[in-house]
Design a protein around this ligand. Structure first.
Ligand code: FES
Length: 332
């Protein structure tokens, strides 16, 4: 017997709304896809936070998800992860992006060729690929990379500036990780497929202080942002805090320092968990947030593993910043 249908209203940031009829207990994303709406997702299993949205009425059930991505207090305030939503009653969900993003058909993948693979730090490799046409994106966005013939993809942020056909990514090597194993055997000339650029974690064009906090390879989207900012230096205060397990895990330091001097003396602070050198903090990058004396007008960008992002969000809010002023990008 077919399940009764339950109305779900999706409210997009541009004011457009869509009404779906979801079978009771059915998956929201599946019904949306069948109706031609590609909701923004990445991991699709509650581990990354890309799909984060706000329930404004009714209720949904969530399948398993990472509590660091969606803490219980946020869940209690109505924050949901559509990728793991099962619909059990009529509800309305606010999505933080325009309807055009969901309505567009998934474009054809972009073919790319590997041009360089280079270890740059402990457990970190720089991967460079070439695409036929210059890629347009917002600094901070990511693409999904699928090695030719593989049945998996991984998402990585571009570290280069937009508008070039050489794309640079920083990949953290994971023991027995599918992408890491592919990378270990990959060589220049190998083919990969890229999705079009995705993500709402991108540099906002606004005249206010900026704080960037990165853990590990979370530095990559900030390289793209800082390189773009350096092309048009402005006067707003910029602070970058980067964290890594040891000094040997840090990468792109020289370039970050050079970008810092072009950005009117950007404040660069470093935190490592072990073997800190003089001038570096021992601990996590988010430990430094309360000590920065943040202007309440600051826009905060956090990129790193979910617990780091969550700690950063709490620290920023404790420093008096509004929740909406903190942008987060989490990776597993
Ligand atoms: S896509 Fe929903 S948490 Fe990753």
């Amino acid at each position: 017997m077919s399940q009764p249908l339950i109305p779900v209203t999706l409210l997009f940031a541009d004011g457009v709304s869509h009404r779906l009829q979801v079978p009771r207990g059915g998956k929201l994303v599946e019904t949306a896809t069948a109706a031609g709406l590609n909701l923004l997702t990445d991991c699709s299993n509650g581990q990354c936070g890309t799909c984060t949205a706000q329930l404004v009425s009714g209720s949904v059930e969530l399948e398993d998800y990472d509590r660091a991505v969606l803490p219980d207090e946020d869940r209690a305030c109505g924050t949901v992860l559509p990728c793991v939503c099962r619909v059990t009653s009529a509800c309305a969900i606010e999505l933080p992006y325009d309807s055009s993003e969901a309505l567009s058909e998934e474009p054809a993948p972009i073919s790319a060729a590997v041009t360089a693979i280079e270890p740059v730090a402990s457990e970190t490799v720089r991967l460079e690929v070439e695409v036929p046409d210059a890629l347009v994106f917002e600094p901070g966005q990511y693409v999904r990379i699928t090695p030719q013939g593989a049945d998996f993809h991984r998402s990585y942020s571009m570290a280069n500036v937009p508008g070039t056909n050489r794309l640079q990514f920083f990949v953290r090597l994971v023991e027995n990780g599918a992408f890491s194993q592919w990378l270990a055997a990959a060589k220049p000339g190998d083919q990969v497929e890229l999705s079009t650029p995705h993500g709402t974690f991108f540099l906002r064009d606004e005249d206010r202080p900026r704080l960037f906090v990165a853990g590990g390879t979370g530095v990559a989207p900030f390289l793209s942002m800082l390189r773009s900012m350096a092309a048009q230096p402005a006067s707003q205060r910029t602070t970058l805090v980067i964290g890594a397990r040891t000094p040997g895990h840090l990468f792109a330091l020289e370039e970050l320092k050079a970008l810092g001097s072009r950005l009117q003396g950007m404040d660069l602070q470093i935190a490592v968990e072990q073997d800190a050198e003089p001038g570096c903090h021992t601990g996590y990058p988010t430990d430094l947030i309360p000590k920065l004396g943040l202007d309440p007008a600051t826009r905060v960008y956090l990129c790193g593993p979910p617990p780091m992002v969550e700690a950063g969000r709490r620290a920023a809010e404790a420093a008096g910043l509004a929740k909406g002023d903190v942008l987060c990008e989490r990776f597993a």
